[in-house]
Design a protein around this ligand. Structure first.
Ligand code: ADP
Ligand code: NI
Length: 216
């Protein structure tokens, strides 16, 4: 029964996100699902079915993929309405998805271990080599420059620059990606983050080295 629901959910998500090129594609969702289940096994905590469902559906109501948040939420609700699950499970899935998104530094206290695990899996996919690739894919789609040495990092921005939302993908590393490791909830995710964090450090080092080559 659960297997069938997972299959149904995979098909729904695949149809909804298959064509996305901003880093929210089906492969992202599949990696988040696999990593979440891996963390669940390692930690020996959480309900694997709820974790898998929430991971599969986590990007469905995302603001970036829908005209409005309300439309996104309605899409998730109407899908859950069509599958045969107890209301308690449906509400838990909705609550996980609602609580894990990182919006402008908003910090929500995660109430369940399932939410902590899915959030960790989603964050792991934003760092390391894959995180780097996703950031540049997203930045390109937004028409944001790769890097501009004249733009300050957020903390040092003038109010005017800040209002204009001026940034680059390299700046996104300092605004978010490099901070994610310390925000992880579980020990297993923190371990997985180590080599990914190193990768980002090396990438930035080499990036600046190449940028500055023959400039002196
Ligand atoms: P998630 O899919 O993990 O919930 P987001 O929706 O916040 O994450 O972002 C999707 C991907 O796009 C992530 O890999 C993130 O790092 C990247 N991204 C988000 N905002 C920016 C930005 N301003 N510049 C570059 N990359 C970004
Ligand atoms: Ni995601």
């Amino acid at each position: 029964m659960k297997k069938q629901i997972i299959k149904q959910t995979e098909i729904f998500v695949h149809n909804e996100l298959g064509e996305d090129a901003t880093g929210h594609d089906w492969f992202h969702v599949d990696r988040v699902r696999r990593n979440a289940l891996h963390i669940c096994r390692e930690e020996r905590q959480g309900d694997p079915f709820i974790i898998e469902m929430a991971a599969l559906l986590h990007d469905i109501p995302d603001e970036k993929l829908n005209e409005t948040i309300e439309i996104g939420k309605a899409k998730l609700d109407s899908f859950l309405h069509c599958i045969s699950l107890p209301n308690e499970a449906k509400n838990h899935i909705i609550q996980i998805i609602d609580s894990i998104s990182y919006k402008g530094g908003r910090k929500t206290v995660l109430e369940t271990v399932e939410a902590k695990i899915v959030q960790d899996a989603d964050r792991l996919d934003a760092i390391g080599a894959i995180g780097i690739a996703r950031a540049f894919a997203y930045g390109g789609k937004k028409g944001q420059p790769i890097y501009d040495p004249n733009i300050n990092v957020r903390e040092e921005m003038s109010l005017e620059e800040y209002r204009k939302g001026k940034s680059t993908t390299i700046h996104h590393f300092y605004e978010k990606l490099l901070k994610l490791k310390d925000l992880l909830n579980t020990k297993s995710a923190k371990e997985m983050a180590e080599s990914r964090q190193q990768m980002m450090g090396l990438f930035l080092e080499q990036f600046y080295q190449e940028w500055d080559e023959n400039h002196s």
